[in-house]
Design a binder for this molecule. Structure first.
Ligand SMILES: C[S@@+](CC[C@H](N)C(=O)[O-])C[C@H]1O[C@@H](n2cnc3c(N)ncnc32)[C@H](O)[C@@H]1O
Length: 206
C-alpha cells in the first residue's frame, strides 16, 4: 500500500465521514445493535459514539494502521471494551458463531473480495444474530448508474479501491443472509453517484 492510501486517505476519511448527515445514518443503523459486536472496516472508530448501551464488547477489524491510531481517543472514551484487529476481512481470526451482531458501514464498497468477507461475517455471527449495515452502492436510476460506471475507475484510485456500483443487497443475500429490511435513499449533501445508500438489517438463519 502506498503513502497516500496508508497515511493520507485515513486522515481524509476521518474528516469526510464525520458529517452531520453521515452521523445521522450511523445512529439509525446502530440503534438496535446488541451484545458482542464484530465491526468490519472499523476505520478511525467513527461509529463508537453511536453504539447503544446494549453493546457489551466490540472487536473492530481493519487493515489500516493509521486508522487504528486515529481511533485511539475514541476507543479510550468508549464505555465498553474495544479490541482492534489489524487485518483484512476476507479471513477473520475469530471463532464460528461467536458474535451477537456484525456491523459494517461504508466498507463493503472497498473490500477487494467482498463475497468472501461477507461469508466470514456470516460464519462469525451466532445463528439468529444480525448484520447491521449502511453502505453506498449501485443506484436504480439509469442516469445515476451511468455516472457510477464513468467514475468508477477514478473513485477506486482516489478512495482506496472504493467501488461506486456494488449491488449491496444482492451481495449480502448471496453470502447466505436473510435480508430483514433495506432502506434506500440518497445521502444528504453527497453527489448522487456516490450517495445512494443501503441501510438495513440481515439475519443469519442457522
Ligand atoms: C470509507 S472507510 C469507512 C470506515 C468506517 N467503517 C466508517 O464508517 O467511517 C472504508 C474502510 O474500509 C477499510 N478496509 C479496506 N479494505 C478492507 C478489508 N479488506 N477488510 C476490512 N476493512 C477494509 C479501510 O481501511 C477503511 O477504514
Amino acid at each position: 500500500m502506498g503513502f497516500y492510501d496508508e497515511r493520507v486517505l485515513p486522515r481524509l476519511l476521518n474528516v469526510f465521514m464525520n458529517t452531520k448527515a453521515i452521523r445521522e445514518q450511523r445512529t439509525q443503523t446502530l440503534e438496535h445493535v446488541n451484545g458482542d459486536v464484530l465491526e468490519i472496516g472499523f476505520g478511525s472508530g467513527l461509529n463508537l459514539p453511536h453504539y447503544p448501551s446494549t453493546v457489551t464488547k466490540i472487536v473492530g477489524v481493519d487493515p489500516s494502521h493509521t486508522a487504528a491510531q486515529l481511533a485511539r481517543k475514541r476507543i479510550a472514551a468508549s464505555p465498553f471494551t474495544v479490541e482492534f484487529v489489524g487485518l483484512s476481512a476476507e479471513k477473520i481470526p475469530v471463532a464460528d458463531a461467536s458474535f451477537d451482531s456484525v456491523v459494517t458501514t461504508f466498507t463493503l464498497c472497498t473490500i477487494p473480495d467482498v463475497g468472501n468477507a461477507l461469508r466470514e461475517m456470516h460464519r462469525a455471527l451466532k445463528p439468529g444474530g444480525h448484520l447491521f449495515f449502511v453502505e453506498h452502492g449501485h443506484a436504480d436510476d439509469p442516469a445515476v448508474e451511468r455516472w457510477q460506471q464513468r467514475l468508477n475507475g477514478f473513485q477506486q484510485k482516489v478512495f482506496g479501491g472504493c467501488h461506486l456500483d456494488r449491488r449491496i443487497s444482492q451481495l449480502i443475500a448471496d453470502a447466505g443472509f436473510e435480508i430483514g429490511h433495506v432502506h434506500n435513499s440518497y445521502l444528504k449533501g453527497a453527489p448522487k453517484f456516490g450517495g445512494y445508500l443501503y441501510r438495513g438489517v440481515a439475519r443469519r438463519r442457522h
